[in-house]
Design a protein around this ligand. Structure first.
Ligand SMILES: Cc1ncc(COP(=O)(O)O)c(C=O)c1O
Length: 361
């Protein structure tokens, strides 16, 4: 058996050979960033920062898990506001969006159950499904006919069935057909769970059984949540393992997320500005209309995506190259994110550089 260091070096060399090694990326204030998920520009909002600062007097951390003594006073109003926002009876905040998906799916589903997930569903949905012990089947991306065929063939052999999709897909920025999926779930006696991690905090388009969301993207803070009927939240509170066996979020983080939610709801123009930027970039790239602030520029090979990201960086723009296995083989891309914090001049500059690099017409 090789030593641990040798083993890791061999593994890293394999990743280097296929350009699949991931690197830490520190933000560079000298660059205009098109690589942030702070879609509504709330991460640095003075009211959000002030709310976090005020809550810091309660301590830097929660001190314990929420079921022990970490359920500080900043949780209840945040959860009530999230539940109202999603049109649900109750909400539960988790340590992150990843943990919200993992904890919810593993608590609700088990052996003898069926989970049907979109082919492009996020890693934490798939990890949750695998960890739950349920049977996982994946339908082709946004392909209702395929989802229906899988349900017709398999649903009857299982006890419970959960259909899971993202609302806005993280790497493509397109939208799931939620109305149709809701109908399908009703027709096949299934529950529907929607991951709204990349949503812009507009009104929910359907009444999903479970809405999952994150505090870390449009809300500019950190953490994740699930909103559902009260008994669902009560069951998760007593049985979702990442919730039970992990320390609560710091008061400052909950206070920041709550302040951000208030601003997001009161200032819809933030969402509109971010979407208008995305629309401009999509138009320049010949892509379909924007339903989100995520714009994929698919280049194929990892080499091409990395080279394009480096060229944009040299031109003063921060853009991230996303490569397999995060995206399917031969679909390496630049993932451009437009935010309410961008100015029209930022977008002009992005479009000029994309043209110079022959990445846009
Ligand atoms: C679709 C989706 N769900 C969940 C998550 C996890 O959220 P968080 O970053 O809050 O852990 C992400 C993160 O990128 C995501 O893209």
């Amino acid at each position: 058996m090789p030593g641990l260091t040798d083993h890791c070096q061999t593994e890293l060399a394999t990743r280097d050979a296929t350009m699949a090694r991931r690197q830490l990326r520190t933000p560079d204030a000298a660059l205009v960033s098109f690589a942030s998920n702070d879609y509504l520009g709330l991460c640095h909002h003075p009211q959000v920062i002030a709310a976090a600062q005020e809550a810091l007097v309660e301590g830097a951390g929660a001190g314990a898990s929420r079921l022990v003594s970490g359920n500080h006073a900043y949780y209840a109003p945040l959860e009530a506001a999230l539940a109202t926002h999603k049109g649900k009876e109750a909400a539960l905040v988790f340590g992150s969006g990843y943990l919200a998906n993992l904890g919810t799916i593993t608590a609700l589903m088990g052996k003898g159950d069926l989970i049907l997930a979109d082919k492009l569903a996020h890693a934490c949905i798939l990890d949750g499904a695998q960890l739950s012990g349920a049977t996982l089947k994946r339908f082709r991306h946004n392909d209702l006919a395929h989802a229906e065929a899988l349900l017709s063939e398999h649903r009857a052999q299982y006890r419970h069935c959960l259909i899971v999709t993202e609302h806005i897909f993280s790497m493509d920025g397109d939208r799931a057909p939620l109305v149709e999926l809701k109908t399908l779930s009703a027709q096949h006696a299934s529950w529907l769970m929607v991951d709204d991690a990349h949503g812009l905090l507009d009104a929910p388009p359907i009444a999903a059984d479970i809405w999952m969301g994150t505090l870390s993207k449009s809300l500019g803070a950190y953490g994740g949540y699930v909103a559902a009927a009260q008994p669902v939240i009560d069951l998760l509170t007593t049985s979702a393992r990442p919730f039970i066996f992990s320390t609560g979020l710091p008061p400052s983080v909950c206070a920041a997320a709550h302040a951000a939610l208030r601003i997001a709801v009161c200032e819809p123009e933030r969402r509109e500005r971010a979407l208008a930027h995305a629309q401009r970039v999509r138009y320049a790239l010949g892509l379909p209309v924007a339903h989100s602030t995520i714009v994929p520029l698919i280049l194929g090979s990892s080499e091409a995506a990395l080279a394009a990201a480096a060229a944009l960086r040299d031109a003063g723009l921060e853009v991230v190259a996303i490569r397999p296995p995060t995206v399917p083989p031969n679909t390496a891309r630049l993932r451009l994110t437009l935010t309410a914090g961008h100015t029209d001049t930022d977008i002009d500059r992005l479009l000029t550089v994309l043209k110079q690099e022959k990445l846009a017409a």
